[in-house]
Design a protein around this ligand. Structure first.
Ligand code: NAD
Length: 479
C-alpha cells in the first residue's frame, strides 16, 4: 500500500471511530436522561399518557402527506396502502388505547385463598422504565409506532430505532417525534446494524424487536446479558391452504390482496399456497383474475404497485423466478426494482423459494390430496407466524387450529386478524415471542406486580412452627 493510500485509510478509520464515539456518547446520554425522567414519575400519570397519545395522533394526522411522500420514495407505496396498512392502523391503536387506558391502568383485585385469611390481593400493571423499540423496513411507520403506543400507554419512556433501509420515512418519523416529545421521554436514534448493536448494549428496561429471525437471535443474546425482558416479532413461511370446499371466488380475492399488498413484503403475507387437487385449476384461474383486477394486466406499469426495497432483495427474489414453473407473471423491471405478481407451480421443498421466507411477490403453489400431507409439509418448516385456511368445514378448521403450531391467522381470510385490537398479535417458536395490539400492547410494556396486603387485626398462628396443631391445619388448608 502506498504512503498516501495508507494515510487516507487511517484518516477514514479515525473519522469512523470519531463518529462512532459521538453516536455512542449520544446514545448513552439519551438512555441516562430517559432513566432520570422516568424516575421523576411523570410518565406514569394517566393524564400524561393520554396527552402523549393525543399528541402522537395529532402529529400523524397533520403530517399524513409528508409520511406518504416519504414512503413513496422509499418503497413506491401508494397513498391508499400507506393509510390502510400504516398510518390508519397506528391511529386506530391510539384511539383504542385512549378509550380504554383508564380501565387498563386500574389495579385488578383477585381472590385470596383461605391460607391468607384477612388479607387482600391486587395486581398492579406498572411500567418497566425505558423501552427500546427496533423496527424493520417493510411497514416502517406502523411497526415502529404501534409498539410505541403500547410503551406510552403503559407509562414508559422509549427510544425508537427505525430501519435504515427506508431512510426517508425514518427521517420524517425522527423529525415528527423530535418536534412532539422531549428526547428524555421519546427519542429516535437512526443508524444501521452497528448503531443497533450500540443500543442493545445499553441498560434498557424492555426491548421490543420486529425483524428477521437471525437479528432476533442477536437481540435476545444481548438482552440475556442484562436479563432484559424482550418481545420478538419475527418472520417465517406462512402457509395458505385452499381446501376443496372453499368459496373459491372469495378465497382468490382475499388471497391475492394479502399476498401482493406491499409487493408481498409483509411478515404475515401468505408465503406459499397449498391448494386441493380437485379445485386447483379453477382456483388458479380465479387467483390470476383477482390479481389482475387489483393491479391491472401489467402491474409493472401500475404506479400504485409497491417496489422491492433494495437491489439485494430484488436479486434474491429474481433468483426464485428460475425455480419451479411460472404460470403467471414473472416479469420485472430492474431499473425500478419492481417484480410482477408471480405465481409458480412445481416448486419443490428443496428449492430455495420453498426453504426461505419469500418476502416478495412470488407465490409458489403446491397441490395436495390429503390434509395429512399439508400438515406434514408445514411441520417441515419452523413455526409459521401466520396460517390461512379456506374451508367451510368446522372439523377441518378445528384440526388445523389445534394441531399445527403457528402464531395466529384467519379462516377464510388473510392478514385481517392483525387489524383487530382485540386479538393479540405475535409469533410462536422461531416466528417470535410475546404479542401486542390493543390491550396486549399495554400488557407487554407493563410488569404485573402482585401485592398482598395483610391484615393487622389478627395474626394466624398456624404459619409458625410452634402453633398448636399447626401442621394438621396446614395439611387441611393446602390440600
Ligand atoms: P432485519 O432483522 O434485517 O432488521 C430489523 C432491524 O434490525 C433494523 O432496524 C436493522 O437496523 C436492525 N439490524 C439489522 N441487522 C442487525 C444486526 N446485525 N445487529 C443488530 N441490529 C441489526 O429485518 P428487516 O429486513 O428490516 O425486516 C424483514 C424481516 O422482518 C422479515 O423476516 C419479516 O418477516 C420480519 N418482520 C416481522 C414482523 C412481525 O410483526 N412479526 C413484521 C415485519 C417484518
Amino acid at each position: 500500500m502506498s504512503g498516501i493510500l495508507f494515510l487516507r485509510k487511517k484518516c477514514q478509520q479515525s473519522i469512523i471511530q470519531e463518529r462512532e464515539a459521538i453516536d455512542l456518547e449520544k446514545i448513552q446520554k439519551i438512555v441516562e436522561n430517559q432513566q432520570r425522567f422516568y424516575q421523576s414519575g411523570v410518565t406514569r400519570q394517566l393524564s400524561v399518557r393520554i396527552s402523549a397519545l393525543k399528541r402522537l395522533k395529532t402529529v400523524l394526522m397533520k403530517n399524513e402527506q409528508q409520511l406518504t411522500a416519504a414512503l413513496k420514495v422509499d418503497l413506491n407505496k401508494s397513498a391508499y396502502e400507506t393509510y390502510a396498512s400504516e398510518i390508519g392502523i397506528v391511529l386506530s391503536e391510539i384511539s383504542f388505547a385512549i378509550k380504554h387506558l383508564k380501565k387498563w391502568m386500574k389495579p385488578v383485585k383477585v381472590k385470596t385463598p383461605m391460607t391468607h385469611l384477612g388479607s387482600k390481593s391486587m395486581i398492579y400493571s406498572v411500567p418497566y422504565g425505558s423501552a427500546l423499540i427496533i423496527g424493520p423496513w417493510n411497514y416502517p411507520i406502523q411497526l415502529i409506532l404501534a409498539p410505541l403506543v403500547g410503551a406510552i400507554a403503559a407509562g414508559n419512556c422509549a427510544v425508537l430505532k427505525p430501519s435504515e433501509l427506508t431512510p426517508q420515512t425514518a427521517q420524517v418519523i425522527s423529525d415528527l417525534i423530535e418536534e412532539t416529545f422531549p428526547s428524555d421521554y421519546i427519542a429516535v436514534v437512526q443508524g444501521d446494524a452497528d448503531t443497533t448493536q450500540s443500543l442493545l448494549a445499553e441498560p434498557f428496561d424492555y426491548m421490543f424487536f420486529t425483524g428477521s429471525v437471525p437479528v432476533g437471535k442477536i437481540v435476545m443474546e444481548a438482552a440475556a446479558q442484562t436479563l432484559t425482558p424482550v418481545t420478538l416479532e419475527l418472520g417465517g413461511k406462512s402457509p395458505c391452504i385452499v381446501h376443496a370446499d372453499a368459496d373459491l371466488d372469495l378465497a382468490a380475492k382475499r388471497i391475492a390482496w394479502g399476498k401482493f399488498m406491499n409487493a408481498g413484503q409483509t411478515c404475515v403475507a401468505p408465503d406459499y399456497l397449498y391448494v386441493h387437487k380437485s379445485v386447483k385449476e379453477p382456483f388458479l384461474k380465479k387467483l390470476i383474475q383477482a390479481t389482475q383486477s387489483l393491479y391491472g394486466q401489467n402491474a409493472l406499469e401500475n404506479s400504485e404497485y409497491t417496489h422491492i426495497v433494495n437491489g439485494k432483495h430484488f436479486q434474491r427474489l429474481k433468483g426464485y423466478l428460475s425455480e419451479g414453473e411460472i404460470v403467471h407473471g414473472g416479469h420485472f423491471d430492474e431499473s425500478r426494482l419492481a417484480i410482477e405478481p408471480t405465481i409458480l407451480e412445481k416448486a419443490d421443498w428443496t428449492d430455495t423459494v420453498m426453504q426461505e421466507e419469500i418476502f416478495g411477490p412470488v407465490f409458489p403453489l403446491i397441490e395436495y390430496e390429503t390434509l395429512a400431507e399439508v400438515m406434514e409439509g408445514i411441520s417441515k418448516n419452523p413455526n409459521p407466524l401466520s396460517l390461512y385456511l379456506f374451508t367451510q368445514n368446522q372439523k377441518i378448521e378445528d384440526t388445523i387450529v389445534q394441531s399445527v403450531s403457528f402464531g395466529g391467522g384467519c379462516i377464510n381470510d388473510t392478514i385481517f386478524h392483525i387489524i383487530s385490537p382485540y386479538l393479540p398479535f405475535g409469533g410462536v417458536g422461531s416466528s417470535g415471542m410475546g404479542s401486542y395490539h390493543g390491550k396486549a400492547s399495554f400488557d407487554t410494556f407493563s410488569h404485573q406486580k402482585s401485592i398482598m396486603t395483610q391484615t393487622t387485626r389478627f395474626d394466624n398462628p398456624y404459619r409458625y412452627p410452634n402453633a398448636k396443631n399447626g401442621l394438621q391445619v396446614l395439611r387441611r388448608l393446602l390440600k
